[in-house]
Ligand binder design. Structure first.
Ligand code: SIN
Length: 534
């Protein structure tokens, strides 16, 4: 059993920044757990395009306007304002000065400002096309300087420890819900520990892996969302799952992200016959229309004309040497898959990419449960509304990670004597009666069932009938999984499967409940036609 000041679950930019900011107080003991074997592995690592700062002819007001426009009327203006005003200075202080990240510069030594869809200005900083990887490497290196931070990899959170749910005291039933840490599974030893903390921070990332086609890595299966939901936290905007328009469609390399920056630098979408089509869907922004519009346009072209994919042409728009230097990862990955992007167009399809909803938090990352904070993709600050503006997510993790840390530090300083629950207060994990060993084939098979249901019925284009069907099938599966879970020894795969079916149901139910199309939630039977539907 571990007792600490702050337990952080997740090692992407949001979790790492929260830890880094808290660690500056040497008295603070911080434990950061991640299910990954290598803490660098998270959604952050796969972020290609970059991170927003303030471009040369830019302002906080312009960025706020772009965020609100992309968010299709559902972004919280206060959240957009916080990000736009605090983001650039934090980027300089935390990423450049503390974590030593060197963003790309041009031949004159000036910062190279990138552009992506629905941005009215060039304002995106990048490190080639592997920005997330550079950022997480810098942050984790910086964290290693702090002996008061313990990073436990290969450790999967199972459930939040909340009172009254896990309390041994009957009178706790009359008190509000409070979080006291989490049960965590040591994947190597195959044992569950109580990790008790005065404050717990969820930073578990997203859930793209609930879908058959996704740009996300295997850990993005909705763990944090499901844990928070079971604990009773308020969840909002769960219907808004963003699909990235351009994931690679080459067998064996499916899901690899082809950054929106490729279109930002002039790339154009074409039908397989070589015809541009985005002007039909958004005459003003064309290929740089908001992401939901581009993804639906591609989906529409594919279903209407029976294409298996569309093409993204950068080869005839930029010199080969520029493509290789600006997009080295994309160039190399496609080359390995047999495609030279300096000579041929890239076959692409939409894929699940980012969860715009999540655990509702305020401007300090506080959830509806006492002592529980959430930061990064698992949280919903309101910033992204119904459709996230490109390259805002890394900055959101940085800003809210910093804000959450500031708030936690103030609270822990003000309440130094606040009691931490002890061994006697929280029951140990009960494994009695668990006889069966895990069956990886069952777990994998059930995961694929979830991914197919979500892809077909809770995907880019939805209807009441499809959503009702999804909910019926997911409920049936959830009963099966719960029975399996109650009789089987724990494994990371089983924890993930239980969370995945829970998270899938949360999304499907929110999508059925909301009958109005908006942003990335598009229903053919919408009660209202929004202003940018197909
Ligand atoms: C991309 O590079 O297209 C992804 C950027 C983002 O999702 O913000």
């Amino acid at each position: 059993m571990e007792q600490t000041d702050v337990l952080i679950i997740g090692s992407g930019i949001a979790g790492a920044v929260t830890a880094l900011r808290l660690a500056r107080n040497p008295k603070r003991r911080i434990v950061l757990v991640t299910r990954a074997r290598d803490p660098h592995e998270s959604n952050t690592r796969y972020a290609q395009g970059g991170i927003i700062s303030r471009g040369p002819d830019d302002s906080a007001d312009l960025l706020v306007n772009d965020i609100l426009a992309a968010g299709a009327g559902a972004s919280l203006p206060k959240a957009a304002r916080i990000l736009a005003e605090e983001g650039p200075a934090l980027l300089q202080e935390v990423l450049v000065e503390t974590a030593g990240i060197r963003f790309d510069r041009d031949e004159n030594g000036d910062l190279e400002w990138g552009k992506e869809a629905a941005h009215s200005r060039r304002r995106i900083l990048h490190v080639g096309d592997a920005t997330g990887q550079a950022i997480i490497k810098g942050l984790l290196n910086a964290l290693r300087e702090y002996p008061n931070v313990r990073i436990l990899s290969n450790t999967t959170a199972v459930d939040l420890i909340t009172f009254p749910h896990h309390s041994r005291h009957p009178l706790d039933a009359y008190k509000p819900i409070v979080c006291h840490g989490a049960y965590v599974f040591d994947r190597a030893a195959r044992t569950v520990h109580r990790s008790l903390a005065r404050v717990t921070v969820l930073a578990t990332g997203g859930l793209g892996r609930l879908y058959r086609n996704t740009t996300n890595p295997p850990g993005a299966r909705g763990d944090g969302l499901a844990m928070a939901y079971r604990a009773g936290a308020r969840i909002i905007n769960a219907e808004y799952v963003q699909f990235h328009p351009t994931a690679l469609a080459i067998p064996g390399a499916e899901g690899f992200l082809i950054s929106e920056a490729v279109r930002g630098e002039g790339g154009v979408l074409l039908t397989p016959d070589g015809e541009p089509f985005m002007h039909k869907y958004d005459p003003k922004w064309k290929d740089l229309a908001p992401r939901d519009v581009v993804a639906r346009a591609i989906h529409h072209e594919m279903t209407e004309y029976g294409y298996s994919h569309v093409l993204l042409d950068i080869a005839s728009r930029l010199p080969a040497a520029t493509i290789r230097s600006r997009f080295p990862t994309i160039y190399e990955t496609c080359l390995k898959a047999g495609l030279d992007i300096t000579r041929e167009p890239i076959p692409v399809v939409p894929a699940a990419h980012y969860f715009c909803g999540g655990v509702a938090v305020d401007e300090w990352g506080r959830t509806s449960i006492a002592n529980l904070y959430a930061v990064g993709e698992v949280s919903c600050t309101g910033l992204h509304g119904a459709n996230r503006l490109a390259s805002t997510s890394l900055l959101e993790g940085l800003v809210w990670g910093t804000r959450a840390a500031r708030h936690i530090e103030e609270r822990l300083t003000e309440e130094p004597e606040a009691p931490v629950p002890g061994r006697e207060d929280v029951p140990p994990w009960d494994e009695s009666g668990l006889t069966d060993d895990r069956d990886p084939a069952l777990i994998q098979g059930d995961m694929q069932v979830i991914q197919n249901i979500m892809w077909h019925y809770v995907g880019l284009v939805r209807s009441g009938d499809r959503l009702s069907r999804a909910i019926r099938e997911l409920r049936h599966l959830q009963n099966e999984v719960e029975t399996f879970y109650r009789s089987t020894k724990l494994s990371d795969g089983l924890i993930g499967l239980r969370n995945a079916v829970e998270a899938a149901l949360i999304i499907a139910q929110a999508a059925r409940h909301n009958r109005q199309s908006r942003g990335c939630h598009y229903r053919v039977d919408s009660v209202d036609t929004g202003d940018r539907l197909l």
